[in-house]
Design a protein around this ligand. Structure first.
Ligand code: MGD
Ligand code: MGD
Ligand code: SF4
Ligand code: MO
Length: 711
């Protein structure tokens, strides 16, 4: 039979048409009646079928007995976890339990809500997530400028005349903090009507190949570039904030900061000639409708927060925020910003700090740079018990080997996961969940970042195999058990919670949120294919959530961090580690997983180090040869692919590899193991302001190792 679903594998959230019999999938096609994704699909969608059928999926709860994971019942597994967590917190305090939420959690609306509730029950400061190796600096900036981390402007692709894109590769990532299914088509439409796309990236990416212009930039230097642009705009009197000036503070202060960084002063640091910076500034400022959009490359680097602030500022100064064709806030069916504010997650900064290195909290989370040291440094408040939900920190976080060892040293660990991956192999208990077509779906986060307003709800299509529970049921069930294990008032709270969640399902919560939302919808209104809720609309100043309901264009913390930038301008090239390492993504891969689908991973080796021909000649390596790449943290050996896509001096390696570890159960992935870039990324270097790890622009040395031929 035919059923309709949403792909939960990435932010694009494409509508799917699925031929199935309730147990298994026959075929998956793009849903051409979905008004937003219009039938688009990428190769990963078939991964939904593969994951459902994967013989390596964990199908029953498991616990460790005599060193081996064996099948158990849900009752046993949940009560074991609750007892151990309650005991650890009783003996060592609340913060002795750590929590890590992975990226796929953000693609499950019920899992997201369940995790928030679970955190409230556990009450530990040691909450971590993939956010601090991802969008944290951007959220940091929007929280400071607009008063809520969820107020994230997206480029109005359909109406812009000039899109300046920094550190993003949507042609491969399918768009991030810019939900735009079928991005390739959208970009072609944009250019087809005469609008211009300019990509600024240290690599000539798949997206750069579709652009009018590609500008190389030295990794980690976007803040310099953007200050140079702003300086040139102010110098030429090209600023025109228009109506934004009526509700924006800090314009004069921003001007005085920017004027200290004229293009000539920053050109060498970013590797872009001063005339080019001036020209881009003039083009951007004089375009009828322009949008400057930055993503992962501008976040996970040494000045991530500054770069994120400055590109928002560029949009404001040129009057391109909150206007058609510029960067706009969408009007989602569920008002995520209000919801975040209601549950205390609109943002906060440095309200508390980590125990060992005193790193600042953001939105009640500590940066993952502190994760390993909080587990492996003895003392009061040390993490002794851990829960990971839909995550793989052993491969995803900087200094992976240290994370890996720290996981092994815990007193007790539980993973809510669908696989025994490189992380959950350390767990004492695995709580396996439903996934993809086995659960209902509403793209809660994605729909508030859409380049058009839309809403789509899909029911579960497939009966899960084995004995699985949803992320929501696991997290709410565990919450009640923990309260009960604490005894006293906890038992009463547990009873109330159980009663509530026996009738209140995620779907009911969603129904309520839709009714309270901007469009006052009912679930039934969304139909089978989702509904279009119109183009992006002006939302300021009403949507602002800063205390004075005005944009703060010169937040104190950000302005103060400019001093760090000033200092680095004077810094010389690192002669010991002269190369700069950046990451890269692949269309058929998804962070550290989906490598267990043969159809997605087969073919040529993808975990290769891209090296510029000049650099390759210098160290004496050719394509297919091997190089050793070393950082402060360690050394790895990788296969080399010589490519002039890169700026000389920059090398690129994808993340998410390094499979085949003992105890993991990923048979296909083990055959395409690759090496983990995070064995050489550093947990000790962060964007000191936001706390994000550097995953791009890591100083490394390179040497050829056999077999090499002379070039
Ligand atoms: N060097 C370097 N490191 C990086 C990056 C980089 O660019 N360079 N990128 C970073 C970014 S942006 C991110 S988001 C992180 C991702 O890092 P993580 O979020 O830690 O890990 P993922 O690779 O997304 O793995 C998620 C795991 O969740 C499980 N899973 C999948 N779906 C579900 C589900 O619905 N329920 C449950 N319970 N489990 C599920 C799978 O087994 C999978 O192994 O990696 C970061 N690490
Ligand atoms: N197929 C696929 N899709 C994915 C994922 C995946 O793993 N595979 N992961 C998903 C996730 S979790 C995320 S967060 C998104 C990320 O989505 P994007 O941000 O669109 O994707 P990336 O490929 O990480 O793009 C980052 C770009 O920044 C460039 N870069 C590196 N350093 C710098 C710098 O200092 N300055 C500038 N200007 N550029 C720099 C890199 O060369 C790269 O092209 O993708 C999502 N979509
Ligand atoms: S683009 Fe993303 S949402 Fe669309 S089919 Fe591919 S993985 Fe799924
Ligand atoms: Mo991410």
């Amino acid at each position: 039979m035919l059923g309709y679903a949403t792909c939960s594998l990435c932010e694009a959230s494409c509508g799917l048409e699925v031929e199935h019999d309730g147990q298994n999938v026959e075929s998956i096609r793009g849903d051409s009646h979905d008004p937003f994704s219009r039938g688009h699909l990428c190769p990963k969608a078939l991964g939904l079928k593969d994951i459902h059928e994967d013989p390596n999926r964990v199908l029953y709860p498991m616990k460790r007995v005599d060193g081996r994971l064996v099948r158990t019942t849900w009752e046993d597994a949940l009560s074991l976890v609750a007892r151990r967590f309650a005991e650890i917190q009783r003996r060592h305090g609340k913060d002795a339990i750590g929590m890590y939420g992975g990226n796929p959690l953000g693609h499950s609306y019920a899992g997201t809500l369940g995790f928030v509730l679970f955190h409230a029950v556990v009450g530990s400061k040691n909450r971590y997530s993939a956010t601090s190796v991802d969008a944290l600096p951007r959220l940091f900036a929007t929280y400071h400028l607009y008063g809520n981390q969820a107020l994230l402007p997206v480029p109005d692709l359909a109406r812009t005349d000039y899109l300046l894109m920094l550190g993003a590769n949507p042609m491969v990532s399918n768009g991030s903090i810019m939900t735009a299914p079928g991005i390739k088509q959208r970009i072609r439409e944009l250019r087809g009507r005469g609008a211009k796309l300019v990509v600024v990236d240290p690599r000539r990416t798949e997206t750069a190949a579709e652009a009018d212009e590609h500008v190389f930039i030295r990794p980690g230097s976007d803040a310099f570039f953007l200050l140079g642009m702003l300086s040139a705009i102010f110098e030429a009197g090209l600023e025109k904030p228009g109506r934004l000036a009526e509700f924006t503070d800090g314009l004069a202060e921003l001007r005085s900061v920017a004027r200290r960084f004229p293009p000539e002063r920053v050109a060498a640091a970013c590797g872009i000639p001063a005339e080019k910076i001036r020209q881009l500034a003039a083009d951007f400022a004089s375009a009828e409708r322009a949008a400057c959009y930055g993503r992962l490359g501008t976040s996970t680097q040494r000045f991530g927060a500054l770069a994120s602030w400055l590109f928002e500022a560029l949009n404001v100064v040129t009057g391109n925020l909150d206007r058609e064709g510029g960067m706009m806030f969408n009007t989602p069916a569920v008002d995520l910003a209000s919801l975040a504010a209601m549950i205390g997650l609109k943002g906060s900064y440095a309200k508390f700090r980590s125990r060992v290195r005193k790193l600042p909290e953001f939105a009640q989370e500590l940066p993952v740079a502190a994760f390993a040291e909080e587990m492996d440094t003895p003392g009061e408040g040390q993490i002794r018990g851990l829960i990971t939900v839909a995550g793989n920190p052993a491969l995803s976080l900087p200094n992976g080997p240290r994370v890996d060892q720290a996981l092994e040293s815990l007193d007790f660990m539980v993973s809510v996961d669908i696989y025994i991956n490189e992380t959950s192999r350390h767990a004492d208990v695995i709580l396996p969940t439903t996934f993809g077509l086995e659960r209902d779906d509403y793209p809660l986060l994605a729909s508030s970042m859409g380049v058009r307003n839309y809403a789509r709800y899909a029911s579960a299509l497939l009966t899960p195999k084995g004995d699985l529970k949803s992320d929501w049921d696991v997290l709410t069930g565990l919450s009640a058990q923990i309260l009960e294990a604490r005894g006293g008032a906890g038992s009463v709270a547990a009873k109330v919670m159980r009663g509530l969640f026996s009738v209140l399902k995620p779907k009911h919560v969603l129904g309520l949120l839709l009714r309270l939302g901007h469009h006052k919808l009912k679930l039934e209104d969304l139909g089978e294919h989702g509904i279009d809720l119109g183009p992006l609309e002006q939302r300021l100043p009403r949507a602002l959530q800063t205390p004075n309901k005005r944009i703060d264009l010169a937040p104190t913390a950000l302005v103060a961090d400019v001093a760090r930038l000033d200092r680095e301008l004077a810094e010389r090239v690192n002669t010991e580690r002269p190369y700069s390492l950046i990451g890269r993504r692949n269309l058929r891969s998804n962070n550290s997983w989906m490598h267990n689908s043969e159809r997605l991973v087969k073919g040529r080796e993808r975990c290769t180090l891209l090296v510029h021909p000049v650099d390759a000649a210098q160290i004496g390596v050719v394509s297919g040869g091997k190089a050793r790449i070393s950082s402060r943290v360690g050394s790895i050996e990788v296969q080399v692919e010589v490519s002039d896509e890169l700026m000389p001096g920059v090398v690129s390696l994808p993340h998410g590899y390094g499979h085949g570890r003992k105890g993991a159960r990923l048979d296909v992935a083990a055959r395409y193991a690759g090496v983990s870039i995070n064995e050489i990324t550093d947990d000790q270097v962060i964007d000191e302001l936001a706390g994000t790890s550097h995953l791009n622009g890591i100083p490394v040395s390179l040497e050829a190792i056999a077999p090499t031929k002379s070039a």
